[in-house]
Structure formats: structure tokens, C-alpha cells
Design a binder for this molecule. Structure first.
Ligand code: IMP
Length: 181
């Protein structure tokens, strides 16, 4: 394969079938918890789209989806700031919101989104994150639906990218600089 980034994919951390099983389990749990309501799933572009696409097709409840876009990351290190690039246009007041995030790292993004959405007076907001990185977080984020707890590596695949690449991998893999090999 052409190496486009100067980094290489090493270990497969989570296989496609493990992801599939976990997404099914999360969808079952959420469908049960929200059986009497029609929640709005809010996903952050672009990383969360594959997770969203898979999860909603396994839900058994009526729901709608919305997208938001923020900028928080450049390359392999967080910039430590969040900039809102695209917001939800529809009314969310009085609605049940579930934020679907691909990965919780520093917590900056989810903390920002939670507070931003709360300001628009929804009935409830819950957070579902497919991956949770094992790092010491200065920001305390409560995740209601958790997928996998992973060690502190930079990972790609299943929507997660490095400089825009690798989102298409069906599994989650660790990305390392080539010179380390
Ligand atoms: P946080 O604000 O530090 O929690 O980071 C959340 C965002 O950073 C995620 O939505 C991802 O876009 C990105 N991110 C954090 N860790 C990784 C990683 O290991 N691989 C790819 N993107 C990551």
C-alpha cells in the first residue's frame, strides 16, 4: 500500500467483528432506554459518521440525526481549543439528545458540545462514545454509553483519521511513526 502519511499502522487494536458486536449491544441498550421517546442523535463530523451509520441501522426506535462540526485536533496532538464550524439548525428545545462520539481523549470536545447543547434547553443530553482513551483527564466528562476502553495510543480506522486518512479501515488500529520500526 502507498504510504501517504509517513506513519504506519501497527497492531489491530479492535477487530471489525468486535466493533460490530459492541455497536449492536449499544444499539440494544439505547433502544431499550428510549423506547417511549424519539431521540436526536448528534454526531460530530467527520469522525463519528461511520459509527452513526452503523448504530442507527441497529436501533429499533424512531429517531432523527443531526450533525455538528468542530475543530480541535491537528495532526497527532490536540490544539487544546475548540472552534464550532457547523451547528444544528433545527430546534432541540425539549428534545432528548444523544451525542455520538468516536473517541474521548482529553474530553475537551465533548465538554464543549455538552455545554453548547445544554444552552439550547433540550430535555436531556446523554453521551455515547465508542472509544475511551485511558488518559488522565483534567476535564470530567460523564459517558453514559461506553464502547471500548483503550490504552493511550493514537488510533485510526472506523471513522478515525490521521490528517484525513485511514477513516475507511473496518477495524481500529494503532498508528506509529515509521522511524520507530
Ligand atoms: P478530545 O477533545 O481530546 O477528547 O478529542 C476528541 C477528538 O479528537 C475526537 O473526536 C477525534 O477527532 C480526535 N482524536 C482524539 N484521539 C484520537 C486518536 O487517537 N485518533 C484519531 N483522532 C483522535
Amino acid at each position: 500500500m502507498v504510504n501517504i502519511t509517513g506513519y504506519k499502522i501497527t497492531d489491530v487494536l479492535i477487530s471489525a467483528s468486535q466493533i460490530n458486536e459492541k455497536v449492536s449491544q449499544l444499539a440494544r441498550e439505547i433502544s431499550k432506554d428510549y423506547e417511549n421517546t424519539t431521540p436526536i442523535f448528534v454526531t460530530i463530523l467527520k469522525g463519528g459518521v461511520i459509527f452513526l451509520a452503523d448504530l442507527i441501522r441497529k436501533l429499533t426506535i424512531p429517531h432523527t440525526i443531526e450533525f455538528m462540526a468542530v475543530e480541535s485536533y491537528q495532526g497527532i496532538k490536540s490544539k487544546g481549543t475548540i472552534r464550532l464550524l457547523y451547528d444544528i439548525k433545527n430546534e432541540i428545545k425539549g428534545k432528548d439528545i444523544i451525542i455520538l462520539e468516536d473517541i474521548l481523549d482529553t474530553g475537551l470536545t465533548l465538554d464543549y458540545l455538552y455545554k453548547h447543547l445544554l444552552y439550547r434547553e433540550p430535555k436531556s443530553i446523554k453521551i455515547c462514545s465508542l472509544l475511551i482513551k485511558d488518559v488522565e483527564r483534567e476535564i470530567d466528562v460523564h459517558v453514559d454509553y461506553s464502547g471500548f476502553f483503550i490504552p493511550n495510543h493514537f488510533v485510526v480506522g472506523y471513522g478515525l483519521d490521521f490528517n484525513g486518512y485511514y477513516r475507511n479501515l473496518p477495524h481500529i488500529a494503532i498508528l506509529k511513526p515509521e522511524e520507530n520500526e
